[in-house]
Write a protein that binds this ligand. Structure first.
Ligand code: GDP
Ligand code: IMO
Ligand code: MG
Length: 425
């Protein structure tokens, strides 16, 4: 049966979504981004060649696969254009395969200014956003004053909308943040140029996706960020401004909930987080340093060092529940190769799952200790070659969460995976 599969992060992002989406494109006709923006950084490594994608779906390196940016994604046109040009410079055919929803909100220069001014004003309480204007752009969408891609490519509409919305934001920039207002002419002129570049790729993405479904095509829905960064279910207010959970795959693309056949939840074999906010299993000792070093834990978008800690099964179970995860993919198993003892968090010392950052701070993690395997799992593609201790970790994850592990990733390259069950087949 043809399937629509959602791939999403179950932690605080950077679980390896890009790698796994790219892997699964072997059986996909199209890949769809449905939320987030260029705050995402998805790394693909194919035969030692590294590509980092921010807005363009991770299907672009598989010739013939169509790539859609859905209505739920906030689009910064200059970032998008830069990414298109970079891919084209390395010989990838982009413009004939990329489709951009006319209903997607645009990240305008004042959103970026506001994001950065607010973070500065927060000082030590800053969220640690990527500074890309994501939050302010989603706010404008919800406030019903946002500029959409469809407005951007209509110069008259753009002029009218921009005049009103820029006056509003400039007032805040000037009188609340005591900063320099943005020039209408500059913002308008550069928006016109950007619109000119992208207009040939703008379309009714929802209509096209339904056409693909009618044709019996397989769709891969690519999440950004992770469940604990979800605006509702994450560690609020240290979250991003979109729903990162599986419901967004429908809302952010125009599919119906019943069109989704399978949800693949990606989790690292440990945990990382970039930016501020609670992180119950965070390590500040040698083990944390070892995880960061072996996992090369630096942000793919901002280059910031990622905080590292043990796998949190309590949070993972909640992620499995709120996403309706069908199967899990455990990535970066190889990073644990050198650990004599591996810990997993199996309790929070309280019954309720925290509802806000302040409650997360109260958690006293309880751990189960597992024996490490102290041998290389790097590049293993066959379950039978996995050390018994590594199999034990996988079993513990399955038992605690109640869902099967269908893929294990044993290295960053497209080829380094144990595929127990391919969600697309
Ligand atoms: P995403 O945002 O979820 O797509 O993940 P990122 O690309 O931001 O971060 C994941 C990082 O881990 C990237 O550098 C990947 O190349 C790397 N990676 C993915 N899977 C594995 C794995 O199984 N083992 C190792 N060692 N690295 C991996
Ligand atoms: P991918 O798709 C990890 C984090 C930021 C910050 C918070 C809010 O690569 O997994 P924002 O700029 O979205 O307002 O920042 O969310 N964040 C991510 N962390 N991976 C990401 O994306 C992230 N996108 C946003 O660091 O803590
Ligand atoms: Mg990332």
């Amino acid at each position: 049966m043809k399937k629509t599969v959602v791939v999403l992060g179950t932690q605080w992002g950077d679980e390896g979504k890009g790698k796994i989406v790219d892997l699964l494109t072997e059986n996909a006709d199209a890949v769809v981004r449905y939320q987030g923006g260029h705050n995402a950084g998805h790394t693909l490594i194919i035969n030692d060649e590294k590509t980092v994608l921010h807005l363009i779906p991770s299907g672009i390196l598989r010739p013939g696969v169509k790539c859609y940016i859905g209505n739920g994604v906030v689009i910064e046109p200059s970032a998008l254009i830069k990414e298109i040009k970079q891919l084209e410079a390395s010989g990838v055919d982009v413009q004939s395969r990329l489709f951009i929803s006319k209903s997607a909100p645009v990240i305008m220069p004042y959103h970026i200014t506001l994001d950065q001014l607010r973070e500065q004003a927060k000082g030590k309480d800053a969220i640690g956003t990527t500074g890309r204007g994501i939050g302010p752009a989603y706010e404008d969408k919800v406030a019903r004053r946002g500029i959409r891609i469809g407005d951007l490519i209509d110069s008259k509409l753009l002029k009218d909308k921009l005049q009103t919305v820029l006056a509003y934001h400039n007032f805040v920039i000037e009188h609340y943040h005591n900063s320099e207002p943005l020039s209408f002419d500059e913002v308008y002129q550069s928006a016109l140029q950007q619109a000119d570049f992208i207009k040939g790729m703008c379309s009714d993405v929802t209509g096209q996706l339904h056409q693909q479904l009618e044709n019996g095509d397989q769709l891969l829905m690519e999440g950004a960020q992770g469940t604990l960064l979800d605006i509702d279910h994450g560690t609020y207010p240290f979250v991003t401004s979109s729903n990162t959970t599986s419901g967004s795959a429908a809302a952010g693309s125009g599919l119906g909930a019943t069109h989704i056949d399978y949800v693949l939840g990606i989790t690292k074999a440990y945990t990382t987080r970039v930016g501020g906010g609670p992180f119950p299993t965070e390590l500040f000792d040698e083990d944390g340093i070892e995880l960061a070093k072996r996992g090369v834990e630096f942000g793919a978008t901002t280059g910031r060092a990622r905080r590292c800690g043990w796998l949190d099964l309590v949070a993972l179970k909640r992620a499995v529940q709120v996403n309706g995860v069908t199967g899990l993919c455990v990535t970066k198993l190889d990073v644990l190769d050198t650990f004599k003892t591996i810990k997993v968090c199996t309790g929070y010392g309280q019954n309720d799952f925290p509802g806000a950052a302040s409650e997360f701070e109260q958690i006293k993690p309880e751990y189960q200790k597992l024996t490490g395997w102290l041998s290389s799992t790097k590049g293993i593609t066959d379950m039978s070659a996995l050390p018994i201790e590594a199999k034990r970790l996988i079993e513990v994850i399955e038992k605690y969460t109640g869902v099967p592990v269908h893929i294990i990733s044993t290295g960053p390259d497209r080829s380094e995976n144990i595929i127990i069950k391919n969600p697309m087949q």
